[in-house]
Ligand binder design. Sequence first.
Ligand code: AMP
Ligand code: ZN
Length: 119
Amino acid sequence: MSDCLFCRMVAGEIPADVVHSTDRVFAFRDINPQAPTHVLVIPKDHHRTVGALAAADPALLAEVISAAQDVARQEGLVAGDGEEPGFRLVTNTGPQAGQTVHHVHLHVLGGRHMNWPPG
Ligand code: AMP
Ligand code: ZN
């Protein structure tokens, strides 16, 4: 989609601070980080929301989640398949949740203590 910011980043038309890339998945640092580590993990194909992706291509959703785990490991947020110190995965759907880019993305957040419930 030529008018989608994240599709344009995948295509190399807009710069991205890339931390991970496979044939189907792309990960880059958020331009407005909310934690010491804040990386966005996306499918290279355009899907609007996580629910739309799950319905259209569940294997690709699994690849996106695996890539998020790889990023967390790479960033020192977990060791191996472990859990410590830990990280948070967030995906926003729709205006009430604050989705601003309509190409599904997982936020990988870590490097500080996370509060619950979220704001
Ligand atoms: P959301 O509000 O969940 O849709 O998340 C969109 C995220 O994209 C926000 O955290 C923005 O800071 C981030 N973002 C917007 N433009 C860029 C960009 N050019 N490069 C990296 N991250 C971006
Ligand atoms: Zn897109």
